[in-house]
Ligand binder design. Structure first.
Ligand SMILES: C[S@@+](CC[C@H](N)C(=O)[O-])C[C@H]1O[C@@H](n2cnc3c(N)ncnc32)[C@H](O)[C@@H]1O
Length: 376
């Protein structure tokens, strides 16, 4: 692709165009970038390129003459590419727009400065105005670099492998999943187990879930246009539920994380068989870094059940302020307020009749959970 940049400050662009991936792409001929200094086309004896705005107001405006003449001298009459003016008033640059631009044979970028450009120049030589975001820069050069950088990544040969630009944020319609590299354990922070296991299908599923989760949290509007499968929609329903539960005010995250210490063998007691395979993939990957039991519950793998009369009866003496009560098979899962006395439970696991109730304990002699409760 050929790109021509019309600017008053070509020296602002040169360092970026000579370094890293862009520098290599230009050196290899995948991309040709020509910088045209607008000042050289000024007909003014002092080579001025700007003047005061008609009607008054702050700052200077770039004059039409040097711009129009610079375009005429550097573009053929039958030019059939796209001529873009970088401007905060323009269409916002998105990955979709970048894809569109990457299909052009030739791209022309006009960088404004000061208060902008005389409208007559824009009317004569520009096809479209593009903004790189809702903020105002001092000049269009950074915007031009952003366009060049984003477009060049889509030109075959610029990136190491074609795949590198296919799986990224926005290309899939979603934000990208988290990436990790060695070491597997960085100062105690471990890479999610699923990425170390070598099971390609599990890794693909985990990454997809991460993308959906991040997009739902940060850019939910993207989900309206992203191409989603039936499985994606199912996963989104689980993620929405999990996020809604996590957002409950005053939720005791410490207590929930303590659920990591529930033996994984208990998984079968909570999660119905039909859900187990999918649930294990979700819950043992460390994706949320909270307890597997909590993940299984919050993502809806543990079926909900009506509140149990027996349980309420048993706790009537000291009713919990907040309580979710679920009855998977023969066990109950509670979350109660942190200062609940006695003896300070944040998370309780019990069987239906409360004959065996385990609460979190800070007494080392007794282990992380001690059997207590009304039905002891
Ligand atoms: C200070 S700005 C002029 C802003 C103009 N007075 C306005 O309010 O729209 C100077 C130049 O920076 C460039 N520029 C500023 N913000 C930009 C943005 N968000 N996207 C693209 N170019 C921008 C444009 O080329 C513009 O002509």
């Amino acid at each position: 692709m050929r790109i021509k940049v019309f600017t008053l400050f070509p020296e602002m662009l040169r360092p970026m165009l000579g370094a890293s991936i862009l520098g290599r792409a230009i050196a290899a001929g995948h991309l040709q970038v020509e910088l045209i200094d607008i000042r050289e086309y000024s007909a003014d004896k002092h080579r001025n390129t700007d003047d005061y705005p008609f009607g008054g107001g702050a700052g200077m405006v770039m004059s039409a003459q040097p711009i129009v003449d610079a375009f005429a001298a550097n573009l053929p009459e039958d030019f059939c590419g796209k001529r873009v003016y970088l401007s905060p008033r323009g269409r916002t640059l998105t990955q979709k727009v970048v894809e569109e631009l990457s299909k052009e044979k030739e791209l022309v970028l006009l960088c404004g400065h000061y208060e902008g450009v005389d409208q007559r120049a824009l009317d004569q030589v520009i096809d479209e105005e593009l903004s790189i975001g809702d903020y105002v820069l001092t000049g269009g050069e950074l915007g031009a670099l952003v366009v060049i950088d984003a477009v060049s990544r889509l030109i075959p040969g610029v990136l190491g492998s074609e795949e590198s630009s296919e799986d990224e944020s926005f290309s899939t319609g979603l934000l990208e999943y988290p990436q990790y590299t060695r070491p597997a354990d960085f100062r105690g922070e471990k890479v999610p187990e699923v990425l170390l296991g070598g099971n390609h299908a599990d890794i693909v599923a985990w990454r997809r879930e991460q993308s959906l989760d991040l997009t739902l949290r940060r850019r939910p509007e993207l989900l309206q246009t992203a191409p989603l499968t039936e499985a994606d929609r199912d996963m989104l329903a689980r993620l929405r539920r999990a996020q809604a539960i996590e957002a409950v005010p005053g939720l005791d995250h410490q207590g929930l994380q303590a659920a990591d210490r529930f033996p994984k063998e208990w998984f079968a007691a909570f999660v119905p068989e039909a859900q187990r395979k999918a649930a294990k993939r979700q819950c043992f990957s460390g994706r949320r870094h909270v307890g597997w039991l909590w993940q299984a519950f919050s993502m809806g793998f543990i079926p909900e059940f009506a509140e149990s009369e027996a349980a309420w009866e048993a706790w009537r003496e000291s009713p919990p302020e907040r309580c979710w009560l679920y009855l998977p098979e023969d066990r109950l899962l509670y979350q109660v307020r942190g200062d609940f006395e006695p003896p300070f439970p944040a998370f309780i696991l019990a069987d239906e009749a409360l004959t065996r109730t385990f609460v979190r304990t800070s007494r080392p002699g007794k282990g992380p959970y001690a059997a207590v409760g009304p039905g002891r």
